[in-house]
Design a binder for this molecule. Structure first.
Ligand code: MN
Ligand code: MN
Length: 467
């Protein structure tokens, strides 16, 4: 059989085109509702409950066909459909991540300088810092008050709502800036969010004892107190994320693509979740896993390195009447299959020199399967076994899924990793696959609608596997 990379739009019939465009509507709504990992979890819970899924920990005994979900500390999520076979014969996992590169507010963020108020940030994940200046920004996240009350914040991207910005230097004065390397011409400590420029009240008001030079900061604190009931110390127990203020948009005159913040990796997470929610009762228990912290190394108790997946499997084993001993858990993991669903780099003719075209991800050519990722000689990669690749291509071909293989650019050019290795560490046969992406990790990433839909089809086929 000839290996051919096919463009999904060539010879696409009307039925397929409609399915592709229809699926993108739900995905774009998911993107607009989930600009942080917490918001993605909230949205996932809502969609799961609407599809009849029940909280796992509230359930008693489970049997084939039962549909349950679990939340990991507000930032991780799993949904499951119990299969016909015992879990110790292996389950089907699709794992993706819902955190995206962004700027986090520092713990003591608010200050004023020269009659303007700013918030200090610390960037999260691999960003090109210069891309975050001079674009409209929003603040999303939570402030947890000392009494445990959580205030949810989302300012900057609804209708006539205010917005925020990081200023950049005018080109007229940019001579020395423009001669610096791109890595440093915007310094991390200069990624400060402009949030106000009006001083608090007149002299003689109750703020009389405040220092004269802190009035611009004081005014912001007053507005935060009035609007959200939060004070300055509350910032210390907050997780506030600065994200682009724009919504997901149809891209191109043919509307064939989506431009959005956070495709990486919601572009795999939404098809993952949707495929699980839509899955008929499978032979092998199907599990959709949405993890946090991938962009910084998958560590901590909400990342893929955490014990959450094992805990969920044990909770399931205890309810399906199988053993909850170490042997049962490890048999289940050892016999399971996992698609580590994450974005790949799509070949970009504007930067052709860093790609090796014959092994590159291609937009509109379906889900990109990567036997390995990593950098500098597959370091940090999960190198999937050939036996698993054979199974996966059999599953995809059997369901008419459009797929191709992908490496992340030229061998010596760089690279990257995913959650694959951490799932594989547990004994699970794991392989990477996902949507090829243009402008990855930028505030406005580009994905092809054809590929988003093919991911959904691929994950559905995987959950329904008969092998
Ligand atoms: Mn990713
Ligand atoms: Mn990433």
């Amino acid at each position: 059989m000839k290996y051919e990379v096919k463009n999904g739009w060539t010879n696409a019939d009307e039925e397929l085109k409609k399915a592709v465009y229809d699926f993108s509507v739900g995905y774009m709504d998911f993107l607009n509702r989930g600009k942080t990992e917490r918001e993605c979890v909230d949205t996932a819970v809502e969609l799961a409950e609407a599809a009849g899924f029940k909280p796992l920990t509230a359930c008693g005994a489970l049997k084939a066909g039962d549909r349950v979900y679990a939340v990991n500390k507000h930032k991780g999520f799993a949904a499951m459909v119990i299969g016909e076979k015992p879990m110790t014969e292996g389950i089907s996992i699709v794992g993706s991540h819902i955190d995206s590169p962004r700027l986090d507010l520092k713990q003591n963020p608010l200050y004023e300088a020269d009659e303007m108020a700013f918030l200090k940030t610390h960037y999260y994940g691999g960003i090109k810092k210069y891309q975050w200046t001079a674009i409209p920004l929003a603040i999303h996240g939570v402030v947890v008050k000392q009494n445990g009350e959580t205030v949810k914040i989302a300012i900057g991207d609804e209708g006539d709502d205010v917005t925020f910005v990081i200023t950049d230097l005018l080109p007229h004065l940019g001579n020395s800036q423009m001669n610096k390397p791109a890595y440093s011409f915007i310094e991390g400590e200069n990624l400060n969010i402009l949030v106000g420029s009006v001083p608090l009240g007149d002299a003689g008001e109750e703020d009389k004892d405040k220092k004269e030079d802190k009035k611009f900061k004081a005014n912001i604190l007053k507005l935060l107190e009035e609007k959200y009931g939060i004070d300055e110390e509350d910032f210390t127990s907050a997780e506030l994320e600065i994200v682009p203020a724009f919504k997901a948009k149809d891209l191109g005159l043919d509307r064939s693509m989506i431009g959005a913040y956070g495709h990486d990796d919601r572009v795999c997470s939404y098809p993952n979740l949707r495929a699980l929610l839509d899955a008929p009762t499978p032979e092998h228990t199907a599990l959709c896993l949405l993890t946090d912290k991938e962009e910084v190394g998958s560590m901590g108790n909400t990342g893929a390195k955490s014990r959450f997946l094992e805990l969920v499997i044990l909770e399931l084993l205890s309810r399906t009447g199988e053993g909850t001993d170490a042997l049962s858990l490890n048999r289940c993991l050892d016999r399971s299959l996992c698609l580590s669903a994450d974005v790949s780099a799509a070949y970009d003719p504007n930067f052709a020199s860093v790609y090796e075209k014959t092994n590159s991800g291609r937009m509109n050519c379906g889900i990109a399967v990567s036997k390995y990722t990593g950098s500098h000689g597959k370091s940090g990669s999960n190198d999937a076994p050939a036996e698993l690749m054979a199974k996966v291509r059999g599953i995809f071909n059997g369901a008419g899924v459009l797929w191709h293989t992908a490496e992340l650019g030229k061998v010596d050019e760089g690279g990257g990793g995913t959650i694959a290795q951490f799932v594989a560490d547990l004994g699970v046969d794991t392989i990477d696959c996902g949507v090829p992406m243009l402008s990855m990790h930028s505030p406005f990433e580009v994905a092809g609608k054809m590929d988003v839909y093919q991911c959904y089809k691929a994950f559905g086929a995987f959950f329904n596997r008969k092998i």
